[in-house]
Design a binder for this molecule. Structure first.
Ligand SMILES: Nc1ncnc2c1ncn2[C@@H]1O[C@H](COP(=O)(O)OP(=O)(O)OP(=O)(O)O)[C@@H](O)[C@H]1O
Ligand SMILES: [Mg+2]
Length: 249
């Protein structure tokens, strides 16, 4: 009865001779946190790009809220309620943290309604608080360290009021205590009704967050399941990617 919020149906993306995403099937239910892991170059970011419209898959369909969104432009998909972060952080360094988030909040929604600047500032302030950047709100974003930049990247994506948030390695470069804080922030975002897909290399975060996990290898889904520890322990997954030591970290 309940159809998934997001469904990838045999999604395939090729770059010349290379099949970067190979017939990927995936479902994400509303309110879930879904994890995606896989070795470098296995197609995780390309999969996000196919969902968010930055790349058009050669084959397969992306279905969001029951609607085929394959091949729509990024701005159209953003308006439908999908927001992504970028692996390379993309804030406006010469603007303050607050103004960066205000810009996200000013994006028009599905019905092409925009909000007032005052409303955008209120929403931005609330989001900045949620991600733990309140004391940095007036700093230039270029002055933030890595943890702050990652939080700002999440805040900017969140400001567009997404139904679905795609987080691409937002914890890379963080220390363990900062990873734990990021995990808490992501859970809080979910508790506010946002469905989340996280691409992440850090097993500590993957294990803490994933209510369903996909392992991608050479562009294809190698394994999936609802217990991340069990999935990561499967022999084919260990063979493809992980040593036991990584799992225990
Ligand atoms: N625009 C592009 N043009 C050509 N090849 C690309 C392009 N983008 C990605 N690729 C290739 O597609 C494959 C998948 O890349 P992708 O960035 O999706 O991997 P990833 O799983 O996100 O890796 P990482 O963990 O390092 O971020 C790689 O072999 C990559 O070199
Ligand atoms: Mg990537």
């Amino acid at each position: 009865m309940n159809s998934p919020l997001l469904k990838l149906d045999c999604v395939t993306k090729r770059f010349r001779g290379l099949t970067a995403v190979d017939r990927v099937n995936m479902t994400v239910d509303e309110g879930q946190i879904v994890g995606i892991v896989g070795p470098n170059g296995s197609g995780k970011t390309t999969t996000f790009a196919c969902v968010s419209g930055f790349l058009r898959p050669e084959e397969g369909r992306v279905i969001f809220q029951g609607k085929d969104i394959t091949g729509l432009q990024p701005y159209q998909i953003a308006r439908l309620g999908i927001s992504r972060t970028f692996q390379i952080v993309q804030s406006f360094e010469e603007l303050t943290v607050l103004d960066n988030v205000v810009l996200g909040a000013l994006k028009p929604d599905e019905a092409n309604h925009s909000i007032s600047i005052a409303e955008a500032r209120n929403r931005a302030a609330e989001i900045i608080d949620l991600v733990g950047l309140a004391s940095d709100a007036r700093k230039l974003s270029g002055s933030l360290g890595i943890p702050g930049r990652k939080r700002l990247e999440i805040a900017r994506a969140l400001a567009t009021r997404p139904k679905l948030l795609l987080l691409d390695e937002v914890m890379a470069g963080l220390r363990p205590v900062e990873v734990d804080q990021a995990v808490e922030i992501i859970k809080k975002i979910r508790d506010r009704g946002v469905t989340i897909v996280v691409v992440e290399h850090l097993m500590r975060a993957v294990l803490a967050l994933s209510e369903k996990l996909y392992v991608i290898h050479h562009g294809a889904v190698l394994a999936q399941g609802i217990d991340p520890r069990e999935v990561l322990g499967r022999p084919e997954v260990v063979d493809a990617y992980f040593g036991k030591a990584t799992l225990d970290a």
